[in-house]
Design a binder for this molecule. Structure first.
Ligand SMILES: C[S@@+](CC[C@H](N)C(=O)[O-])C[C@H]1O[C@@H](n2cnc3c(N)ncnc32)[C@H](O)[C@@H]1O
Length: 200
């Protein structure tokens, strides 16, 4: 998601004191969940508020977008959120093997075949995630996009993941769900949300 720099961007990025630093980590042994492509942060913030015994790291490649999320998070007293502004391809340099769950919410679909490597469920990215997981690899994905969803299913299976749960209309199931910005927009348009939970 590209967007113009908000006027407050530099101020918010400078004041933010909850960037993830692998030398500091979290001050407890609670499980760590990672959202890649957190966008404007609604999912990350509400998951952290609902689950105080889980630590969350939000990753976003654009600082303009991340600044919107950081500004929102600053309005709450949450100590279980950290942020990394980076492309996910760099994550092995920034995070050790500490993660229990990776969330991929409404990832960019990159529909052209020649851009397939950029999809966040390509084998190239799955290899990066291998280095982040503490024990078992666990990915939860939501998307509006049928083509990205079927590509991801195949890619995960080929890479050795087992699909534990597969839904083509998440909002008609009993799976507990926290909305993302894109999810809200698409479901208001009547688009069904696809969901999968996979482990390796
Ligand atoms: C379509 S938006 C979805 C945002 C949010 N997850 C939601 O559901 O509302 C995808 C987000 O992922 C970010 N993103 C895409 N590729 C990324 C990558 N390789 N590393 C980190 N962030 C990425 C984009 O900048 C954008 O903010």
């Amino acid at each position: 998601m590209r967007m113009r720099n908000p006027a407050y961007k530099d101020d918010v990025l400078n004041r933010c004191d909850f960037y993830y630093d692998k030398n500091e980590g979290f001050k407890n042994n609670n499980p760590i969940h990672l959202e890649i492509g957190m966008g404007k942060g609604d999912f990350l913030l509400n998951m952290a508020l609902n689950n105080p015994k889980i630590n969350f790291i939000g990753v976003e490649k654009y600082s303009s977008v991340a600044s919107v999320a950081i500004k929102k998070i600053m309005n709450y007293k949450v100590d279980n959120i950290r942020i990394l502004i980076t492309d996910a391809s760099k994550l092995n340099e920034l995070i050790d093997s500490i993660v229990s769950t990776v969330y991929l919410n409404f990832s960019d679909p990159w529909p052209k075949k020649r851009h397939a490597k950029r999809r966040l469920t390509s084998p190239e990215y799955l290899r990066v995630y291998d280095g982040l997981f503490k024990d078992q690899a666990h990915i939860i994905m939501k998307t509006d996009n049928d083509d990205l969803f079927s590509y991801s299913l195949e890619s995960l299976k080929e890479y050795g993941y087992k699909i534990n749960r597969l839904e083509y209309d998440l909002h008609s199931t009993d799976i507990p769900n926290v909305l993302t910005e894109y999810e809200k927009k698409f479901s208001e348009q009547g688009v069904k949300i696809k969901y999968l939970d996979a482990t390796k």
